[in-house]
Unconditional design. Structure first.
Length: 510
């Protein structure tokens, strides 16, 4: 550690400013609980202010005389100026400002987590040494293309596995980790997980840096648009080919793999069976939400890369828009020149030569690639029919009534002999529908087929009584029945002459 870098860190770094702040313990506790313990990657302004106000109430009830200003004042101070413990930004999914932990706060939480080791109370030196040895051994074996060395390693691994299998099959003692070793390895896994979650801010910051540089160059008009675009694409390609970008791409494939997610669910279920971890309630809760949390973190970084693509698209759109404006200006000049010579056109021939052989396309006009639509798969199972439901359906089918199309047309003709226009409601009052609602639809169909008036834009209410007497012209239960909204139908006399003429036989069922 060089002295000049240490002086710069302690003088300018928001991380050091957080550690040296007067209420550091309370601020760190609130931020860790709100974002880490409760699994929040981002929080809207109103939610964060409400949570901080609730935390201040807890402190006052406990007798702590700290953080006495308004919650909104603290949230604003922590995300502005020299603090920058929170990053404040806007997105299209929310109508208010959004907050997330900054890289400086992630560094502080990671540092304090390692120093305090608050969940387990010890540092697993034995397990970490084994991890170091295993990592170096794996590097030596898989980092070399020597086939002899690889075969020696594989055979030794096979012999070890065969010995373990034989010991288990023979019913002998199976070697397991001690209680201390179990807790050590569990602590290491939690520590690595916390560090991994904090590292996402650094990956995201790299993409944001490229986006800011592109926007800055575009705003300052530093270079042509082609140069700015080349810079952005080169920077993005460079980031993706660097170790950090390559590792992140592999991480995304791993965390989004359904197979890996199923494997983790199985591992978590088996961790619950280990007695030594029964007391690690908080740690187990973190492990259970690991895949969901990592998926959300990866999606957030991917949204940042999409914003970079949007910036590039906007840059290209600006160039296309400028070309269109220039074309519009040329067209206006042509029209102005044509108007100027319209009164006294030149005597010599005016012509326009068009080169149709040329077919030019601008590569920048092509849209960006978008992922195809995905469909959720549904597991199909053999359907076992319900016998009662089948019989009920058959009974409903048998209960359906036939429509007497000739009789219905005769009813229409009978009403039109004494007047020129008969609304559907009045027709139904004189000739109650014996087949229920389906007969009402039959009258609407007759009105449509025979050329009567049918207004589909207006509706009227008709009542189908629940019971009828044996006489067609008498009806029981005048005040009971089902009300239906149907198009306004009016039967007119000028069409009545065609009603009783010979017509093709109509189907007797609806």
């Amino acid at each position: 550690m060089k002295l000049d870098r240490l002086e710069t860190f302690f003088t300018t770094s928001p991380s050091a400013r957080l550690l040296r702040s007067q209420n550091a313990a309370y601020v760190v506790h609130f931020l860790h609980r709100t974002f880490k313990d409760w699994g929040n990657i981002i929080l809207p302004h109103s939610d964060l202010v409400a949570k901080l106000a609730a935390f201040q109430d807890e402190l006052r009830l406990a007798g702590a005389d700290v953080l006495r200003d308004r919650a909104e004042t603290y949230v604003t101070a922590w995300s502005a100026g020299d603090s920058r413990w929170l990053r404040r930004f806007l997105d299209t999914d929310h109508e208010e400002a959004i907050y997330e932990l900054s890289t400086h706060t992630e560094d502080v939480l990671k540092f304090l987590g390692e120093v305090l080791d608050r969940s387990l109370g010890f540092v697993g030196t034995e397990s970490r040494l084994k991890r170091i040895i295993e990592a170096l051994s794996d590097l030596v074996i898989r980092g070399s293309d020597d086939p002899t060395r690889r075969l020696e390693h594989l055979r030794a691994e096979r012999d070890r596995l065969d010995a373990d299998i034989a010991a288990v099959e023979s019913g002998g003692d199976v070697s397991t980790y001690s209680s201390t070793a179990i807790r050590e390895r569990f602590a290491d896994a939690l520590s690595d997980l916390n560090n991994l979650q904090g590292d996402f801010r650094s990956v995201e910051e790299c993409f944001k840096s490229i986006t800011r540089d592109v926007q800055k160059k575009q705003a300052e008009s530093a270079g042509s648009r082609g140069e700015i675009l080349a810079y952005a694409l080169d920077a993005e390609d460079s980031l993706k080919t660097q170790d950090q970008g390559v590792s992140f791409d592999e991480f995304v494939r791993l965390v989004l793999s359904p197979k890996k997610q199923e494997e983790l669910e199985t591992i978590v279920a088996r961790l619950d069976e280990i007695e030594e971890l029964a007391s690690q309630v908080e740690g187990m809760q973190t492990i259970r939400g690991m895949m969901s949390s990592l998926s959300d973190e990866a999606e957030k970084v991917l949204r940042t890369t999409r914003r970079l693509s949007t910036t590039l698209r906007r840059l290209l759109d600006t160039r296309i828009a400028a070309g269109r404006m220039r074309l519009a200006e040329v067209l206006r000049d042509i029209r102005a020149a044509a108007v100027a010579i319209a009164e006294s056109p030149p005597t010599d021939r005016i012509g326009l030569d068009i080169f149709t052989e040329l077919d030019m396309h601008c590569a920048a006009e092509r849209s960006f690639w978008t992922a195809p639509a995905t469909f959720e798969t549904t597991e199909l199972t053999n359907d076992v029919p319900d016998e009662d439901s089948r019989w009920l359906a058959f009974r409903h089918l048998a209960a359906m009534q036939r429509l007497d199309w000739s009789g219905m047309r005769g009813a229409v003709a009978e009403e039109l002999r004494s007047r020129d226009r008969v609304p559907l409601a009045e027709l139904l009052a004189s000739h109650p529908p014996e087949a229920g609602a389906i007969e009402v639809l039959g009258y609407v169909q007759i009105a449509h087929d025979d050329g009567h008036e049918v207004d589909i834009h207006q509706t009227e209410s008709v009542v189908v009584p629940a019971e009828y007497s044996t006489s067609r012209n008498s009806r029981l239960g005048e005040t009971t029945g089902q009300i239906y909204e149907v198009p306004t139908v009016t039967f007119v006399a000028r069409q009545s002459s065609s009603i009783e003429t010979e017509r093709p036989e109509e189907p007797e069922s609806p």
